[in-house]
Design a binder for this molecule. Structure first.
Ligand SMILES: Nc1ncnc2c1ncn2[C@@H]1O[C@H](COP(=O)(O)OP(=O)(O)OP(=O)(O)O)[C@@H](O)[C@H]1O
Length: 238
């Protein structure tokens, strides 16, 4: 419907989630537009991981709504969201260490009835064509993170969620991952949580800042960087 074509791909409104007396999400409003690379930044404990859990469907809110492609998915289960094109790449390694790169991706592709050609295409996309027959456990840390992105890609997502894709990486590995994400961003919408500000400001079309369970700013990277409240709350006014 025309109305839906205009709607943001992902729209969060008034999301609230508390754990006892701690309000991890305290009324989050956030829109992710179709085709953009959107970065979510914020200090430790701001609620970023909790927010990703609410988008992936691992958690459900106490109040507020999650809309994906115009539909209300607030109560939808995680696996149903994946079938609708919403995938998450995990911060914690979830590859099968003893299986080869090929078999890891093939399993994920077969889970949605794909074939061998598609497996190879995903492997090429994540830059592991030279390691197809290598056991996942023998890959470097950076390559394992590339493989994790491949597992999410195998579900043919329209929105890919990435929680700290550069965590624990050296400069060369980071560079490879940034290039990979930059390429993926040309074909799909990405929402990433990341602490590496250089990477964020290089990759993101738009940036949102989460502080104490609320989005305090959302916009173009340069505008967000210049925002006085953001500087005070997070970036450090140097
Ligand atoms: N399962 C839980 N039970 C109790 N409190 C929780 C739970 N999950 C998160 N919290 C609390 O909610 C707040 C937000 O946590 P969250 O992990 O979402 O922040 P974050 O922005 O991802 O932080 P970091 O950058 O350190 O990963 C914190 O105060 C945290 O202690």
């Amino acid at each position: 419907m025309a109305e839906h074509a205009q709607a943001p791909l992902l729209q969060l409104a008034g999301l609230v989630r508390h754990f006892g007396g701690v309000y991890a999400l305290n009324g989050v409003d956030l829109s992710v537009e179709r085709g953009e690379i959107h970065a979510l930044i914020g200090p430790n404990g701001a609620g970023k991981t909790t927010l990703i859990h609410h988008i992936s469907g691992a958690m459900h809110p106490d109040a507020g709504s999650v809309r994906f492609d115009g539909a209300d998915i607030t109560r939808m289960a995680m696996h149903t969201r994946v079938a609708h094109g919403l995938a998450r790449s995990y911060q914690i390694t979830n590859v099968f260490a003893r299986l080869t790169v090929f078999d890891n991706i093939a399993l994920a592709v077969e889970a949605r009835h794909g074939g061998g050609d598609e497996t190879q295409a995903v492997i090429e996309r994540i830059g592991l064509a030279g390691a197809t027959g290598v056991a996942a456990g023998a890959l470097s840390h950076g390559e394992q993170r590339q493989l994790e992105v491949g597992l999410a890609l195998a579900t043919a997502p329209r929105l890919l969620l990435l929680d700290e894709p550069l965590a624990g990486m050296g400069p060369e590995e980071s560079e490879r991952m940034i290039e990979l994400l930059d390429h993926l961003g040309r074909d799909m919408t990405l929402l990433l949580v990341e602490h590496d500000m250089d990477a964020v400001f290089r990759l993101a079309d738009r940036v949102s800042v989460l502080v104490a369970g609320k989005v305090i700013a959302s916009g173009l990277p340069d505008d967000v960087r210049a925002d006085a409240e953001v500087r005070r709350a997070y970036l450090g006014d140097t």
